[in-house]
Write a protein that binds this ligand. Structure first.
Ligand SMILES: Nc1ncnc2c1ncn2[C@@H]1O[C@H](COP(=O)(O)OP(=O)(O)OP(=O)(O)O)[C@@H](O)[C@H]1O
Length: 721
C-alpha cells in the first residue's frame, strides 16, 4: 500500500493545496530541505486561504439578513468577532504541528464541535493534518489547518509509541517570528526509533518572557491535555507545584470547552476566578489569543462585590477573617435570614366593595408553615405568600357563590392588608442590613449563633463600635462574602456552565461556597497548590475545598513536571517543603540552567541600593525582571530605583507604566513569573506574616531563568538546612 494516496501536484497554480491531506510530499530523509520548502509552501497556501476566508466574511452583505435593528447589530458584531478571529498574526505560527496517520473516518474529526474521540483504523489510507490555533480550509472546504481543539488534534498531543492512536508521524515545527524554520519528526510506529528530547519543545519552553502570560497550545503535555479535554460534566481539581502549568491548563480547558460545547456554554457563560487584579492582568491575553474573548475573568472580591454592593474599607484581621470564612457562618446566616418569620397575631381582613373577607390567624399560620417546609429561597417563598393568602381569600369568595378570576387574585395579593400581613409574618430581608445587625446586636447574634459559635467567637464577631448604617460600616472582604451568602438565601444566585478557580488553596470555606453557588448547575476546574496557601484560612486538603465548592468527590489530579523554574532554583526552594507542606513531594523540573541561582550578601545599610543595582544588572539580560520584597520594603526599593533613574512598574500601584522591570510586593507575586527575579531579604518576607515561609516559597519560584537573592541578614534556617 502506498504511503499516501497519490496526487502528483500537491500545490496548484493558485497556491492552494487541492488535497494536501493525502498528497505526496518530498521524502524528508532524502531531502530535508525540500521537505521544509514544502511545509513553507503549505504555510503560504494556508495564509492565502485564511486571507480568502477573511475577505469572504468581510464581504458578507448585511442587507441580505433582513430582520430588525437589534438582530442586525447582533449579526454585525458576530461577523466582526469572526473577522477578528480570522486575523493572521504575522509573528505567530499558523500551525505548529502535523500528524500523519490512519484515522477512522469520522465526519467531524477535523472540524467537529462535539468531543468526538479520534480512533485509529489501520485499513484507512494515511491522512495528514496540520495543527494550529485556528481552523483554515481551502476553497473546497477541505481543512488546511485544523484547530488544536478538534478531535484529531488530540492525537497530536497524546500519541505515544505504546499507544500511537493511529499516528505514524508526528511533526513539530520550529518558528522564528512568523517564519517556519525547522521541524522534528517522530515515527511512532517505527520500532527502531527511540524517544529523543525535543529541541523545539525545549526552545519553546525556554523562550524569554517579555510580557503577559502566553498560550501553550504548541506544547501541551499529555498529562495536561487529559485535564484540558476532560468532559464538561467533570469537575477536576489540579494540585501542582509552582510552574507545573496549572493556570495554563485551566485557561486552555476553558478554550477547549467553549469549542466542544460552544452553544451550551455561550448561553450559560463561563468564568475564570483569580486571586487579584495583577494576576488577571497577567493572564488576560491568553484566552483572546486562543480566539475566546467572552470569558469573564474576575476576583472573588469583584464577584461577590457585585451582589453585596457594600464599600469594602478594611482588610480582615487573621482571627476574625478565619472565623468569618468558617463554614459554620453559613448556618448562622441561614438562621438569621429565617429568624424573622413569625406566626400571625391577627386575622387578615380584606374588603372588596361591600363585602369583607376574613382569614383567621390559624389559616395564615398553616400557609406560613407549609411554605417554610418547602425547599425554596426566602424571597421566593415571600412572593408566594402573597399569592397563597390571596388564594385562600378567593376560596372563601367562591364558597360564597362569587366567581373571581386571576385578576381578582392578583389585586388581593397586592392589596395593603395582604402586604401588611406578609410584612409582619415574613419580613423582607436586606442581606447587608442583616449582617450589620448580627455584628452590632449581641442578642440577635446570640439567638442565631448559639450552639454554633462559642461565646468567645460571638464576641470576636461583634463590632466594638456598632455601625450607624450600611454605607458607613467598616466592611471587610470576608463580610462581603457573608452578604453574598445571605443574598443567596434570599434569592438564588444564577449559575454559569463552567468555572475555573485558580489559587484555590487560599480560599476560605465561605469563599468556596460563593464560587460553588455560581456553578451549581455546571462544573469546575479547581487549581492550586497546598504548599502555596498563604491566607490564614488556607486549605489543608482538597477534599474540604471541594466539599465547600459543592463538588465533593471530584477527581484530584497532580501535575509534577515543572516548566517554569530551573532545577537548581526549584531544589533550593523545595528545601522549604517539609516545613510548609510535609505531605507533598517536590516537583521535577524540565529545565536545566546551571548557575541560575545567586546568593548575594549585602550590608544592611546598602541593602536597597544593592538590590536596585542587581535589578538594573538583570535588565541587561533578555526578558522580564521582577524585584520582589516584603510589602513594607517596596517604598524604599522604589526610592532606590528612582534615585538611579531606573524605570519600573510597581505592581498593585494602579499605574499603567510599561517597563521590563517589575517591582513586586511579595503579597502580589502569586501566580506570576519573570525571566529573572531578584528577591530581597528572605528573612523579612518570612517574618511579615504567619504563613511567611509559604510566601517565601511562592516568591522564590517565580523565576524562569535566574534568581538572585540579596540579603543582609542570615537566610532562614529552613532554607539552609
Ligand atoms: N506544556 C507546556 N509547554 C510550555 N510551557 C509550559 C507548559 N506548561 C506550562 N508551561 C509554562 O510554564 C509556566 C508556568 O505555568 P503556570 O503559570 O500555568 O504554572 P502554575 O502551575 O499555575 O504555577 P504557580 O503555582 O506558580 O501559579 C508558564 O510560563 C507556562 O507557559
Amino acid at each position: 500500500m502506498p504511503a499516501f494516496e497519490t496526487d502528483p501536484a500537491p500545490y496548484a497554480a493558485d497556491g492552494l493545496a487541492p488535497d494536501a491531506r493525502s498528497a505526496d510530499l518530498p521524502d524528508t530523509e532524502a531531502d530535508p530541505e525540500a521537505a521544509l520548502a514544502a511545509e513553507q509552501a503549505h504555510l503560504a497556501a494556508s495564509r492565502t486561504a485564511l486571507r480568502r476566508m477573511r475577505e469572504e466574511t468581510e464581504a458578507l452583505d448585511l442587507r441580505d439578513v433582513g430582520g430588525n435593528d437589534v438582530s442586525n447589530k447582533l449579526v454585525h458584531s458576530l461577523i466582526q468577532a469572526r473577522i477578528a478571529a480570522l486575523a493572521d498574526h504575522a509573528h505567530a505560527p499558523l500551525f505548529f504541528g502535523r500528524v500523519d496517520g490512519r484515522f477512522a473516518d469520522a465526519p467531524d474529526v477535523s472540524t467537529g464541535t462535539a468531543p468526538v474521540e479520534v480512533a485509529a483504523d489501520p485499513t484507512r489510507p494515511v491522512e495528514r493534518f496540520w495543527i494550529g490555533r485556528r481552523h483554515v480550509h481551502d476553497h473546497l472546504g477541505d481543512p488546511m489547518v485544523v484547530d488544536w481543539r478538534a478531535p484529531v488534534s488530540r492525537s497530536f498531543y497524546r500519541a505515544t509509541r505504546i499507544e500511537p492512536l493511529g499516528v505514524e508521524l508526528r511533526r513539530r515545527f520550529g518558528w522564528t517570528g512568523g517564519d517556519l524554520t525547522a521541524f522534528e519528526d517522530e515515527h511512532l510506529t517505527d520500532r527502531d526509533e527511540t524517544d529523543r528530547a525535543s529541541a523545539i519543545l525545549a526552545a519553546e519552553i525556554e523562550r524569554p518572557r517579555v510580557g503577559p502570560m502566553r498560550d501553550i497550545v504548541a506544547t501541551i503535555q499529555p498529562e495536561q491535555d487529559e485535564i484540558v479535554r476532560a468532559d464538561l460534566g467533570d469537575t477536576v481539581c489540579v494540585q501542582g507545584a509552582p510552574g507545573t502549568g496549572k493556570t495554563a491548563v485551566g485557561l486552555h480547558r476553558v478554550a477547549w470547552l467553549l469549542y466542544a460545547h460552544r452553544e451550551r456554554l455561550q448561553r450559560s457563560g463561563t468564568l475564570v476566578v483569580g486571586p487579584n487584579r495583577s494576576f488577571l492582568d497577567y493572564i488576560q491575553q491568553v484566552l483572546p489569543a486562543l480566539g475566546e474573548v467572552e470569558v469573564g475573568q474576575t476576583t472573588v472580591e469583584d464577584l461577590v462585590g457585585r451582589v453585596a454592593r457594600v464599600p469594602v474599607k478594611a482588610p480582615d484581621d487573621p482571627d476574625r477573617g478565619r472565623l468569618k470564612g468558617d463554614a459554620r457562618m453559613a448556618e448562622v446566616l441561614r438562621r438569621a435570614v429565617w429568624s424573622g418569620v413569625a406566626m400571625p397575631a391577627e386575622s387578615l381582613l380584606v374588603v372588596r366593595g361591600s363585602r369583607r373577607w376574613r382569614l383567621p390567624a390559624y389559616e395564615i399560620e398553616e400557609v406560613v408553615t407549609a411554605l417554610r417546609g418547602r425547599d425554596v429561597r426566602y424571597g421566593a417563598a415571600r412572593d408566594m405568600l402573597h399569592q397563597r393568602l390571596a388564594h385562600a381569600v378567593l376560596v372563601q369568595m367562591e364558597r360564597a357563590g362569587e366567581s373571581p378570576d386571576d385578576r381578582v387574585q392578583d389585586a388581593v395579593a397586592r392589596s395593603k392588608p395582604v402586604r401588611d400581613v406578609v410584612n409582619a409574618v415574613w419580613p423582607a430581608v436586606d442581606p447587608a442590613k442583616l449582617l450589620l445587625r448580627l455584628f452590632s446586636d449581641p442578642e440577635f447574634l446570640a439567638a442565631n449563633a448559639d450552639g454554633i459559635l462559642t461565646a468567645e467567637e460571638q464576641a470576636l464577631l461583634l463590632w466594638e463600635k456598632p455601625a450607624r448604617g450600611v454605607g458607613s460600616a467598616k466592611w471587610t472582604p470576608a463580610d462581603a462574602v457573608l452578604i453574598d451568602e445571605a443574598a443567596d438565601l434570599v434569592a438564588r444566585t444564577p449559575s454559569v456552565g463552567h468555572v475555573v478557580v485558580d489559587e484555590a488553596q487560599d480560599l476560605s470555606a465561605m469563599q468556596c461556597r460563593a464560587i460553588g453557588r455560581r456553578c451549581t448547575t455546571g462544573s469546575a476546574t479547581v487549581l492550586g497548590d497546598i504548599a502555596q496557601g498563604t491566607t490564614p484560612w488556607a486549605a489543608a486538603d482538597w477534599a474540604e475545598t471541594l466539599r465547600h465548592l459543592g463538588h465533593e468527590g471530584a477527581r484530584v489530579e497532580e501535575l509534577t513536571q515543572g516548566f517554569r523554574v530551573p532545577r537548581e532554583i526549584l531544589d533550593f526552594a523545595s528545601r522549604l517543603l517539609p516545613h510548609i507542606a510535609p505531605g507533598l513531594a517536590p516537583a521535577s523540573s524540565v529545565r536545566e540552567a546551571p548557575g541560575s541561582l545567586t546568593l548575594r550578601p549585602a550590608d544592611a545599610a546598602d541593602l536597597d541600593t544593592a538590590a536596585a543595582a542587581d535589578a538594573r544588572a538583570l535588565l541587561g539580560l533578555e526578558g522580564s525582571v521582577g524585584l520582589i520584597a516584603a510589602d513594607a520594603r517596596i517604598p524604599a526599593l522604589a526610592k532606590a530605583l528612582a534615585e538611579t533613574g531606573t524605570g519600573f512598574r510597581e505592581l498593585g500601584a494602579g499605574t499603567a507604566t510599561e517597563s521590563r522591570l517589575n517591582l513586586v510586593p511579595a503579597s502580589l507575586a502569586k501566580g506570576l513569573e519573570f525571566d529573572h527575579i531578584a528577591v530581597v531579604e528572605p528573612a523579612e518576607i518570612v517574618e511579615a506574616e504567619p504563613q511567611g515561609l509559604r510566601r517565601l516559597y511562592v516568591v522564590l519560584t517565580r523565576a524562569v531563568s535566574g534568581l538572585v537573592v540579596t540579603h543582609s541578614r542570615a537566610l532562614p534556617d529552613e532554607l539552609t538546612a
